[in-house]
Design a protein around this ligand. Structure first.
Ligand code: PAF
Length: 284
C-alpha cells in the first residue's frame, strides 16, 4: 500500500491505479480505525478493483469546545490495518495541504443537516460536506463508502453529491454500510475509547433501550410515550443527558409523530461521562 500526503502524489498514484480502466472505491475516515471502518474497506474491495482510504481529522467539522485536539491519532496502526485489508492507497494529507492559506469556501447543505446533530453541533455538517466534496474531487472515485452509524451525515453527503452533480460522472454510487456493533450491541465508534469501564458497560443500554422502543412503536404504542421511556432508561443507566431521541423519515429526516408507512429511523444522541454517543436503527 502506498501513502500519499500531497495532492500531487495522490493524483499520480490514483492515475496509475486507473491506468488500465480499473475502478476505485473511496473510504473516507478520520482514522482511529475499528472494525466498522474495516467493514467499509471490505465492501469497497468487493465492489471495486482498488480501494483508496483517506485519513484526515478534519478541523472544520469540530466545534470550538469539541474534541479536535483529543481525537485519537494512530497513523502507524491505521496504516497497518488498511494494508492488511488490501487497501491500495492511503491518502493522509496534513491540514495545510487540505486547507491551504486563503481557503475561503464552505459547502452548506440545508434541510437534512438542520435537526439532530446539526442542531447540537453548529457548523459540523458544513465541515463534513466541504471536506467530503474535496475528497470526491481529489480522488474521483467510482464509489464511496460511509457507515450508516452517522445516518444524518450520510443523508447530508447524498444531498450534497446529488445537488452538486458529483454522483455522475465520478462518484457513481454513495454506499451506506450497516453499523457494526460490539457483542453487547454498542455501535462501534472511535469515541468509545473515551469511555471509562463503568460508562462503557452502561453504554450498552443505548442500543437495548432503542430496540425496546422500536418494538413498542412497531407494536402500535404511542411514539412520544415510547421515546420518553427510552430517554428515562438512558438517564437511569447513568447517561447525563439525551440530546435527542426522535423518530424520523429515513430519507428526508423529517421528524415523525407516528409510523406513517414510509421507511422510518429512530435516531438518538446521548451523553455519558462527557462522551456523546449517537446511534440509529430502522423502524417498521
Ligand atoms: O465519518 C467520518 O469519519 C467523517 O465525518 C468523514 C466522513 C471522514 C469526513 O471528515
Amino acid at each position: 500500500m502506498q501513502t500519499a500526503t500531497t495532492l500531487e502524489a495522490l493524483r499520480n498514484s490514483v492515475a496509475k491505479l486507473r491506468s488500465d480502466g480499473a475502478t476505485i472505491g473511496l473510504v473516507p475516515t478520520m482514522g482511529a480505525l475499528h472494525e466498522g471502518h474495516l467493514t467499509l474497506v471490505r465492501r469497497a474491495r468487493e465492489a471495486c478493483d482498488h480501494v483508496v482510504a483517506s485519513i484526515f481529522v478534519n478541523p472544520t467539522q469540530f466545534g470550538p469546545n469539541e474534541d479536535l485536539d483529543a481525537y485519537p491519532r494512530q497513523l502507524a496502526e491505521d496504516t497497518a490495518m488498511l494494508e492488511s485489508e488490501g487497501c491500495a492507497l492511503l491518502w493522509a494529507p496534513g491540514v495545510a495541504e487540505m486547507y491551504p492559506d486563503g481557503f475561503v469556501t464552505n459547502i452548506s447543505v440545508s434541510k437534512v443537516s438542520e435537526g439532530f446533530c446539526g442542531a447540537d453541533r453548529p457548523g459540523h455538517f458544513d465541515g463534513v460536506a466541504t471536506v467530503v466534496c474535496k475528497l470526491f474531487n481529489q480522488v474521483r472515485p467510482d464509489m464511496a463508502f460511509f457507515g450508516e452509524k452517522d445516518f444524518q451525515q450520510l443523508a447530508v453527503i447524498r444531498s450534497m453529491a446529488r445537488d452538486l452533480d458529483l454522483t455522475h460522472p465520478h462518484v457513481h454510487a454513495i454506499v451506506g454500510v450497516a453499523t457494526v456493533r460490539e457483542p453487547d450491541g454498542l455501535a462501534m465508534s472511535s469515541r468509545n475509547r473515551y469511555l471509562s469501564e463503568a460508562d462503557r458497560a452502561a453504554a450498552a443500554t443505548l442500543p437495548a433501550a432503542m430496540k425496546r422502543a422500536i418494538a413498542q412503536i412497531e407494536g402500535g404504542a404511542a411514539v412520544e410515550a415510547s421515546l420518553n421511556e427510552l430517554k428515562a432508561a438512558l438517564i437511569a443507566a447513568g447517561f447525563s443527558s439525551v440530546d435527542y431521541a426522535e423518530l424520523a423519515d429515513a430519507r428526508s429526516l423529517a421528524v415523525l409523530g407516528d409510523l406513517a408507512g414510509t421507511p422510518a429511523r429512530l435516531l438518538v444522541a446521548a451523553r455519558i461521562g462527557g462522551t456523546r454517543l449517537i446511534d440509529n436503527m430502522a423502524v417498521g
